[in-house]
Write a protein that binds this ligand. Structure first.
Ligand SMILES: *Cc1c(COP(=O)(O)O)cnc(C)c1O
Length: 421
């Protein structure tokens, strides 16, 4: 074992094979820069969080201003302007009908809050509904509750005894929609279902698997027909990735509960929000303290994070963000066109600003030998990627230019050649 000087234990990192991590000193736009001045293009938006670009001046200024005014305050029984601003801006942007905003710190906590809201809703209504339905291949986070809702595999095998059982619905992939709809309908009929949770239109960590807006609308219709709460986990898809502000917008649906995190602050600060319909909030309102929503975390609605989010949402209101996203989606489409004829790649797909394709020859699965060598080979060429098994995806910040994107795809192409040679 190579001796390490750093005491840090990194996330999703096998320290037995991953050594010498680049040390990043600064970032600007779509680029990272190491301490020794090497520039790296951030082709995965720093794990799907950066939207407009790194260190956006408006967001930086808002953080600086807020940090010297009000850094943190207990949010139980108190409120503050940055949180109020973000909440009302979110209600204005989100699908119509969502009426309340609960703040937390990460995508995982946004989903945990959603699951707890759903169970609290039914309990306070006196109905015995406690079971959760989720899609196969789902990813909802790494805490115990979100792992339970997510697909089982090597990532959570050690924790399996602690995970609660959920009903699994097959993905409504093209040509397989009916099996999915029938399975959801049958599962909802079993009576004790509290909620159905899904990643709308694209399953991220599950392998960038995509399904249609029509299928999403049908899943929503079936759940609602049975009175089952519909939870949309838009932690990855939210804030423009799919070409619209939220993936649910493509299907013209309003989920009962909407989970947001990654892009909420433009990627600058950890903050999450779980939005819900009036009825879910109302079910928790009474003069009886036993009916309140029993959830908090120390930094709930941290003012600095909220100021960053408010600045981000203001950018959405005042700048042509939609136009930029449409332009990036178009550039991505052109880049994929070139790959269509390329025998090295299969299952070439896109939604909005996200593209994905599989390296044809390699083994399946997250631990597939190709992922780490590919990541390294891309990094050698100055591009940050993080293939999911043999699936390569490109999810860049919205400020990405055509020539930067050309650089990304050229690096990937060369890297694939090097690794598969
Ligand atoms: C990343 C992600 C999460 C978890 O978010 P964290 O901030 O990493 O806890 C949950 N759901 C989806 C769809 C995600 O992509």
């Amino acid at each position: 074992m190579t001796p390490r000087r750093s005491p840090i234990w990194h996330p999703f990192t096998q320290h037995g094979i991953e050594h010498n991590m680049p040390e990043i000193a600064r970032a600007h736009g779509a680029w990272l820069e190491t301490v020794d001045g090497k520039r790296i293009f951030d082709a995965i938006s720093s794990w799907w969080v950066i939207t407009h670009g790194h260190c956006h001046p408006k967001i930086v200024a808002a953080i600086q201003q807020q940090a010297s005014t009000l850094d943190q305050v207990i949010f139980a029984g108190f409120t503050h302007a940055p949180a109020e601003t973000v909440a009302s801006q979110l209600i204005g942007m989100a699908p119509a009908g969502l009426a309340h905003v609960f703040f937390s710190d990460s995508g995982s906590t946004a989903v945990e809050v959603a699951l707890k809201m759903a169970l609290g809703y039914w309990r306070n209504r006196g109905e015995a509904r406690t079971r959760i339905l989720a899609l196969e291949h789902a990813y909802h986070g790494d805490t115990v509750g979100t792992m339970s809702a997510g697909a089982r595999g090597i990532f959570n095998a050690a924790y399996e005894p602690l995970l609660f059982d959920v009903g699994r619905i097959p993905l409504p992939l093209a040509g397989q929609e009916q099996q999915s709809f029938l399975a959801l309908d049958a599962a909802c009929r079993s009576g004790n279902i509290a909620a159905f949770i899904c990643e709308p239109l694209i399953l991220g960590a599950g392998g960038m698997m995509m399904y249609s807006a029509d299928a999403l609308a049908e899943l929503h219709r079936i759940a609602k027909m049975h009175g089952v709460l519909f939870i949309a986990d838009e932690v990855m898809t939210g804030f423009g990735r799919t070409g619209r502000t939220f993936a649910c917008d493509h299907a013209h649906i309003t989920p009962d509960i909407l989970c947001l995190a990654k892009g909420l602050t433009g990627g600058s600060m950890p903050l999450a929000a779980t939005l819900c319909m009036e009825a879910i909030f109302d079910a928790h309102v009474a003069t009886d303290r036993a009916r309140m929503f029993f959830h908090s975390s120390s930094y709930t609605a941290n003012p600095i994070a909220c100021a960053a989010a408010a600045a981000n949402l203001e950018i959405w209101q005042t700048k042509p963000v939609g136009t930029r996203i449409a332009a990036l989606a178009e550039m991505q489409r052109d880049a994929l066109c070139a790959l269509q004829q390329d025998a090295r790649f299969s299952n070439i797909r896109q939604i909005g600003t996200i593209t994905a394709f599989d390296v044809s020859s390699s083994d399946e699965g997250y631990l597939s030998d190709i992922a780490l060598p590919l990541r390294r080979a891309c990094l050698d060429r100055g591009v940050l990627t993080r293939p999911l098994g043999s699936t390569i995806y490109v999810m860049p910040p919205y400020c990405t230019t055509k020539s930067e994107l050309t650089h990304v795809y050229a690096a990937i192409s060369d890297a694939v050649d090097e690794v598969t040679a």
